[in-house]
Design a protein around this ligand. Structure first.
Ligand SMILES: N[C@@H](CCC(=O)N[C@@H](CS)C(=O)NCC(=O)O)C(=O)O
Length: 244
């Protein structure tokens, strides 16, 4: 019997990773969408579900799971998945490469990506008078100058380095998956969010993404499970927005 799964999703978030994996595993799931507020943070409804107030959160047979890498680990450890692992087109048992790329995705890429997004959003809010009231022109220039320095001179080059490192690594793989095998594994699911944002999301065109990562992304999007995942995200978000 399939476990009962509820995925708590925040629009434009790391939950994308979990949609893709759930579709690959053909596990039925329901979705609860939480829509970001004007400040781009999660609404209080997510904090009622998840102790961290962050997405994704997954309720698996009544147990609340957070941290996307842990959610992926728990889904891949489900007894039905373990007993079917040879028939699935997913690297179910994590390889060393999967573990490496899962850590890299969050610990090296996303921490810089997120820092840059936060600097961008908060400096705009300051300049627009939403934090300490209206600023005079000199203060606006100072906020813009410092945030511009942080995003373009400090965080930007480091973000580009993380992309270049992933590019060089994917080009060295035999099969073109971060798992190092001929199937996508936890490392691939974890890397999906950053690469999707670089090629089709909020960061599209902002960084130099090489052909190796573009090929990886194309291979992901050719998979029926990834297509179903993106379609489901779109439909669930539209349904939630229409009820607001
Ligand atoms: N390391 C966590 C990060 C979770 C996280 O930061 N999620 C973001 C969305 S991508 C979030 O919920 N942001 C809303 C907020 O911070 O208010 C994971 O991989 O699940």
């Amino acid at each position: 019997m399939s476990p009962e799964i509820i995925l708590h999703h925040l629009n434009a978030s790391r939950s994308e990773r979990i949609f893709w994996l759930l579709e690959e595993l053909s596990l039925p799931y329901t979705v609860q969408v939480h829509i970001r507020g004007p400040s781009r943070t999660a609404p209080p409804s997510l904090l009622k579900i998840s102790p961290t107030g962050k997405a994704p959160a997954l309720i698996l047979d009544g147990q609340t799971l957070t941290e996307s890498a842990y959610i992926i680990y728990k889904l891949l450890r489900l007894p039905d998945i373990q007993s079917n692992k040879d028939r699935l087109d997913v690297q179910v048992d994590s390889t060393d490469d999967d573990v490496f790329w899962s850590h890299y995705a969050e610990g090296s890429m996303m921490n810089l990506f997120q820092a840059s997004a936060i600097v961008g959003a908060t400096s705009n809010a300051w300049v627009n008078g939403m934090v300490v009231g209206q600023l005079d022109e000199g203060d606006k220039k100072a906020v813009q100058g410092y945030s511009g320095f942080l995003t373009t001179k400090y965080l930007g080059p480091q973000m580009q380095n993380t992309i270049d490192f992933a590019e060089s690594a994917i080009n060295k793989t035999q099969h073109g998956w971060f798992s190092g095998t001929d199937k996508p594994g936890s490392g691939d699911f974890m890397m999906f969010f950053a690469i999707n944002s670089l090629l089709a999301g909020t960061r599209a065109g902002a960084f130099n993404v090489g052909d190796g990562l573009k090929r990886w992304y194309k291979r992901v999007l050719e998979r029926p499970a990834a297509q179903k995942a993106l379609q489901r995200i779109k439909e669930e978000e539209e349904k939630a927005k229409s009820k607001m």
